[in-house]
Design a protein around this ligand. Structure first.
Ligand code: RUQ
Ligand code: CUA
Length: 653
């Protein structure tokens, strides 16, 4: 019935995509001055100046690059299985992927966000969201491993996540899709009465980093798209964009594009803390998982949590305000001073910037346009700081440099526009190849941007690389932003789809990088700390192999007395105490993956032999000149066989 409006916007956008190629896009071998190559050249043996962390999108992972070289340093498995590292396959990491829906080996990860101290990235942890089965993960930057995943109750599509507050007091998350809260079987047509949008404030322990859903705020059934927390002047507030304030539940491309303005929801989380203290929360029954990996036991454990504290804005005056923002805003970004809140209305040409101090004044003056579910809608003109007449189309995201400039991506016109914060004057623009989504400037969403480089994270690659069949490489582009003019330096392919990214000087991370785990501290319940303690223990049909590895053998490397139908747990401890000596472990016919065991670590592979025979196992990581000799055999006999359980290395015992 409303198909005509749908095609209205659809055709408009298609038209723009096909007709507004960026200026200069046809001279794609652009006239680089020859010093461009030297700007990205990191000589063999030299280090990059910055770490860049890019989301893997639908790969569910996060990847680590060096900048300016664009060299890929590591793929960190987060929400998806990674056979290369045994992540999600070994017994130790399986609990990290536990959810209230069971074991979920995949997610869609969009926004990496570094922990901050006093509004500046501190290099301790990096967080990333899982969209599909709402989760937030924490990665420890001393090990570059996922160490915690918390599921979010009352959410559907955890997109506006995980943005931190100034001292990582909270990592925030908002539901993209509103859902019935608590979940129940209702008609979709009852959307307006039964659906709600929950925003979550996940507290983060300042020492351990451990996360906890401190409270949620229950808002109308809009779509909560992105967020950023205040800083400096606006510390204590978090801003969430919303679209679909029309509360449509079908054909959103038309139905969620009716109103001239949607909102940014401004949450006063300091006020929320007072309400929590005063006991204004409601305990909602729910179920969600909290999974934590421990570096001493080298194991993750899961805990199921059954209720969550919820604040209802109607009962908590001063907790939430809506800031009217043109046309389905996507990104919301706060400038380094904390005064300006940039909402990018993706269907608008101009960008309105709100003023935090005017917002406070409007609240004081009660300059309200109306109320929605007890939430005041502030007067648009009363809070407006200025409008950026960009000339671009489809603004999405903004980051800042250290000298008062802002850079905004425009998806439809495929470019980044540089403008002056405060005067709103457009200073420069640079084409992107093609259709840029997020951008990243190291520290560019913090109080003290490190600046220097800017990365465009593009949605479409088309003709930029050698073709690789129907699926083309994903792509980032690096720009120099140290001068007046934006200068394109480098294209490099990325793993999965990069949404957001974070960058930090290597000097803030590198000194803390762990080289190996101390064997003496290994508290794994099945650790084997020396070869002479290696053993094989049978308990019914469960067989536990306590195995060690050291260059270049396993102990034991010959095992007999295993039977078809056994569950064989290989608990393997890497005895090495030196950097860069992992050992791997693969056993023929195992239905999972290898183990990749770091020095001092214990990892476990479950193998359920199906057939009688003698099966080899071996080290998968080329660890020494005698790596190929690093192998062994397991003899499997029929169920109930009288072959005794025996194991040895060297001479048979
Ligand atoms: S998104 S292109 Cu962050 Cu998933 Cu904006
Ligand atoms: Cu150990 Cu190869």
């Amino acid at each position: 019935m409303k198909n005509s409006t749908l095609t209205g916007w659809g055709i408009f956008i298609l038209f723009i995509i096909t007709s507004c190629a960026p200026k200069g896009s046809d001279d794609k071998a652009s006239p680089f001055s020859d010093d461009v190559a030297s700007k990205v050249y990191v000589a063999p043996g030299q280090f990059d100046e910055f770490y860049a962390f890019l989301s893997g999108g639908f790969s569910g992972q996060m990847s680590v690059y060096g900048l300016p070289s664009g060299r890929l340093l590591k793929v960190i498995p987060v929400f998806s299985l990674d056979a290369e590292k045994g992540y999600g396959f070994n017994e130790e990491t399986k609990p990290l992927l536990q959810t209230s829906y069971g074991f979920i080996p995949w997610d869609d990860a969009h926004h990496p966000e570094l922990s901050q101290t006093d509004g500046v990235p501190d290099g301790r942890w990096i967080f990333i969201n899982g969209n599909n089965t709402p989760r937030v993960a924490r990665i420890d930057l001393s090990t570059f491993e996922t160490v915690e995943i918390i599921e979010l109750p009352n959410s559907g599509g955890n997109h506006s996540s995980p943005f931190t507050t100034e001292n990582t007091e909270y990592v925030v998350a908002g539901t993209r899709f509103s859902v019935p809260v608590p979940q129940k079987d209702v008609a979709v047509e009852t959307y307006k009465e039964n659906f709600k949008g929950a925003l979550s404030f996940i507290s983060c322990d300042p020492v351990t980093g451990h996360m906890n859903v401190a409270f949620q705020v229950l808002l109308p059934a809009f779509n909560y798209d992105l967020a950023h927390s205040g800083k400096g002047a606006s510390h204590g507030w978090t801003f969430f964009t919303c679209y679909n304030t029309e509360e449509g539940h079908t054909l959103l491309e038309a139905n969620a594009s009716q109103y001239d303005k949607d909102f940014i929801a401004a949450i006063n989380w300091k006020k929320a803390e007072e309400y929590v203290k005063q006991g204004k929360t409601h305990d909602f029954p729910t179920s969600y998982y909290h999974n934590v990996y421990d570096d001493n036991s080298h194991m993750a454990t899961s805990e199921q949590i059954k209720s969550v504290k919820v604040l209802i804005p109607d009962e908590c005056p001063g907790l939430v305000y809506f800031l009217p923002t043109p046309k389905s805003p996507h990104g919301v970004d706060v400038d380094p001073t904390g005064e300006y809140i940039v909402g990018a209305g993706k269907l608008s040409a101009d960008m309105s910037v709100h003023s935090f101090s005017k917002m406070l004044k409007a609240i004081e003056d009660k300059a309200f346009e109306k109320e929605i579910a007890g939430i005041p809608v502030l007067n648009y003109d009363a809070i407006l700081a200025g409008v950026v007449k960009s000339g671009g189309l489809g603004p999405l995201h903004t980051e800042f440099d250290a000298t008062g400039n802002a850079f905004t991506t425009f998806f439809i016109s495929s470019e980044i526009v540089k403008w002056k914060v405060g005067t709103w004057e457009v200073l420069d623009r640079a084409p992107c190849y093609y259709s840029v989504g997020h951008l990243m400037i190291p520290g560019g969403d913090s109080k003290k941007p490190f600046g220097k480089y800017m990365l465009a994270l593009n949605k479409i690659t088309k003709d930029r690389y050698l073709p690789t069949g129907p699926e083309l490489s994903q792509s980032a582009q690096l720009y120099d932003i140290s001068g007046d003019k934006i200068q394109l330096l480098l294209d490099f392919p990325t793993v999965g789809e990069p949404h957001y990214g974070q960058g930090i000087p290597a000097s803030l991370v590198k000194p803390k990088s762990k080289q190996f785990f101390n064997l003496a501290d290994n508290a794994h319940p099945h650790v084997t700390k020396s070869e002479d303690q290696a053993k094989v223990v049978r308990d019914g049909n469960v067989v536990r192999v306590y195995m060690t590895t050291i260059r270049s053998h396993f102990a034991p490397d010959n095992i007999e007395g295993i039977q078809v139908g056994d569950k064989v747990y290989f608990h393997i401890t890497n005895l090495e105490q030196d950097w860069d000596v992992p050992h791997g472990f693969g056993v023929m016919g195992a239905t999972n993956a290898e183990l990749l065991i770091m020095p001092g670590q214990t990892e476990t592979l479950l193998w359920e032999p199906l057939f009688e025979g003698v099966f080899p196992f071996y080290c998968t990581d080329f660890c020494s000149a005698l790596h190929q000799e690093m192998q062994g055999y397991v003899r499997v006999s029929k169920k109930g066989s009288t072959v005794p359980l025996k194991w040895w290395t060297g001479s048979s015992k």
